[in-house]
Design a protein around this ligand. Structure first.
Ligand SMILES: Cc1cc2nc3c(=O)[nH]c(=O)nc-3n(C[C@H](O)[C@H](O)[C@H](O)COP(=O)(O)OP(=O)(O)OC[C@H]3O[C@@H](n4cnc5c(N)ncnc54)[C@H](O)[C@@H]3O)c2cc1C
Length: 269
C-alpha cells in the first residue's frame, strides 16, 4: 500500500522524499551509517541535513523452486534454500525479516541433507538427458548471430516490467509485456554473445542468464494475468479486491515438453 501511494505521488508531482533529519547525526551514524553513505554516493545528498529522494523497487521475490520439507527439489540430489526456493513460509507477501529464517534455518538443513546425499550416492554426476540438452545448447550458442544487442533488450525488459508488471498491474499492460517477452524469446538466436571464447567468458554467462530471465519473465506474466484479484504484493487495478473463492492458493508453474503449464494449488498453502 505504501509503495502504491509513493508511485501515485511520483506520477503526480515527480518526486517523493524520505526525511530522517529529525533522528540527528549521532543516531544516523550509529544506526544507519550505510544508508548515509549510499545517499551521499548515489544521490549526492546528506540525510543528516537533506531529504532523500526515493522510489519503489523490488525487494524480495515470493515463491520459488518447489522443495519438500527436506529442501529437496524435484531433481534428486538438487537442494534449494533461501530466496530462490519455496519452503511455504510466505504467503502473498513476505513478513519483514523472514528471509533471515530462510537462509539460516533452511540453508542449514539444505546443506546437511545435500552433504548426506553426496555421501550416500557415488555417481552424483550422471549425464542424463537434461545434461546433454544443456551441453548441446551451450555448444549451439556459438552459432547464434549478434545482430541484436541483448544488453539493450535487458534494459528494455526492465523498463516495460517496471511500468506494467510491477507495483500496479492490469490485464492489458501485462498482456502487452507478455507479447514483447515472447518476441524476445523468438529473437534469442539473433542476440548471441560477441565473445566466443571458452574461458572467463562473462559475455556468455550474461547471455545465458538473460535467456533464463526471459523464460522466467513469461512465467511471472502468465501467473499475474491468470490471478484476477489483488493479494499481497500482486495488485491489479482492474481487480483490486481479494478473491478467496478462486485464488486462496499458490500459483504453481511447470513445463511439459517445453510448454508452460500453470495451476492454483490450495494444497500447496
Ligand atoms: C535492499 C534489500 C534489503 C533487504 N533487507 C532485508 C532485511 O532487512 N531483512 C531480511 O530478512 N531480508 C532482507 N532482504 C532480503 C534478503 O536480503 C534476501 O532474501 C536474502 O539475502 C536472500 O539470500 P540468498 O542467499 O537466498 O540469495 P542471495 O543473497 O541473492 O545469494 C545468491 C548468491 O548466488 C550468487 N550467484 C548467482 N548466480 C550465480 C551463478 N551462476 N554461479 C555462482 N553464484 C551465483 C550471487 O552472486 C549471490 O551471492 C533485503 C533485500 C534487499 C534487496
Amino acid at each position: 500500500m505504501v509503495a502504491r501511494e509513493i508511485l501515485k505521488e511520483l506520477e503526480q508531482s515527480g518526486a517523493v522524499y524520505l526525511d530522517i533529519r529529525h533522528l540527528g547525526e549521532a543516531f544516523i551514524d550509529e544506526q544507519l551509517p550505510q544508508e548515509r553513505k549510499l545517499a551521499q554516493l548515489y544521490e549526492n545528498v546528506d540525510p543528516v541535513h537533506e531529504l532523500i529522494p526515493i522510489k519503489p523497487a523490488a525487494h524480495y521475490c515470493m515463491g520459488g523452486i518447489e522443495v519438500d520439507a527436506m529442501s529437496q527439489t524435484a531433481l534428486s540430489g538438487l537442494y534449494a534454500c533461501g530466496e530462490c526456493a519455496n519452503h511455504n513460509v510466505h504467503g502473498a507477501n513476505r513478513l519483514g525479516g523472514n528471509s533471515l529464517l530462510e537462509v539460516i534455518v533452511f540453508g542449514h538443513q539444505a546443506g546437511e541433507y545435500a552433504a548426506r546425499y553426496a555421501q550416500e550416492h557415488q555417481n552424483t554426476c550422471n549425464p542424463n538427458e537434461q545434461f546433454q540438452r544443456d551441453k548441446n545448447f551451450i555448444e549451439g550458442i556459438k552459432y547464434f548471430t549478434n545482430q541484436i544487442d541483448f544488453y539493450e533488450k535487458h534494459r528494455f525488459m526492465g523498463n516495460i516490467f517496471y511500468n506494467n508488471a510491477a507495483i500496479i498491474r492490469e490485464d492489458k499492460g501485462l498482456k502487452a509485456v507478455l507479447a514483447a517477452v515472447r518476441q524476445l524469446q523468438q529473437e534469442l538466436p539473433f542476440m548471441g554473445p560477441k565473445d566466443k571464447s571458452r574461458t572467463y567468458n562473462t559475455n556468455l554467462i550474461e547471455f545465458i542468464e538473460f535467456g533464463n530471465m526471459v523464460e522466467l519473465a513469461e512465467v511471472v506474466l502468465v501467473s499475474a494475468i491468470s490471478r484476477k484479484e489483488s493479494r499481497g504484493a500482486h495488485f491489479r487495478s482492474d481487480a483490486p479486491q481479494r478473491d478467496n473463492e478462486r485464488f486462496h492458493a499458490h500459483t504453481v508453474a511447470w513445463k511439459e515438453d517445453g510448454v508452460l503449464c500453470l495451476d492454483f494449488m490450495k494444497g500447496a498453502l
